[in-house]
Design a protein around this ligand. Structure first.
Ligand code: HEC
Length: 129
């Protein structure tokens, strides 16, 4: 009986630790692994493939999406987290009149991190900070 209780207790503790594992928490929240070095160069290619059709190849927006070079998307207004959230869950129309952004699949948090590095680099170049 005592053995059973100890077994149950340790199983509970182990699974609690597992849930607190920082890497698992990050994965659950669709965030890159700790220490991931984002690449703006890879991000640019990924952006052109997945985001440009709506947000414009020069980030100036299009008929289906807003310009990511707008001050609205400066880091002080939309933190990096907004990008991970937008890709994972989509975005309900709220700032503009382009409609909703659909959630995107087949993209990893690390790839979103690359895209964020690219977008931030481009924003810096036009003084959006
Ligand atoms: C089918 C069109 C479409 C595609 C593809 C698309 N977006 Fe969007 N996105 C939108 C629209 C529309 C909005 C604006 C919604 C609003 O605020 O009214 C938006 C908003 C956003 C926002 C702001 C979210 C917020 O919190 O307000 C971010 C960040 C974003 N998109 C990033 C991306 C990235 C990164 C990609 C590519 C991986 C991408 N989008 C692909 C249409 C698109």
């Amino acid at each position: 009986m005592v053995k059973l209780v100890i077994l149950l207790l340790s199983a509970t503790l182990l699974s609690a630790c597992d849930q607190l594992d920082p890497e698992k928490v990050r994965a659950r929240n669709f965030l890159p692994t700790i220490g991931y070095q984002a690449s703006a160069v890879d991000g640019e290619a990924r952006y052109q493939a997945l985001c440009a059709r709506c947000h414009g190849s020069g980030l100036g927006g299009g008929t289906e999406g807003p310009p990511l070079l707008d001050r609205t998307y400066a880091p002080s207004h939309h933190a990096d987290l907004a990008f991970y959230h937008a890709v994972k869950n989509g975005v309900r129309q709220h700032h503009w009149k382009y409609g909703d952004m659909p959630m995107l699949t087949g993209i990893t948090p690390e790839q979103v991190g690359d895209i964020v590095a690219f977008v931030r680099r481009e924003q810096q170049q036009v003084g959006v900070r």
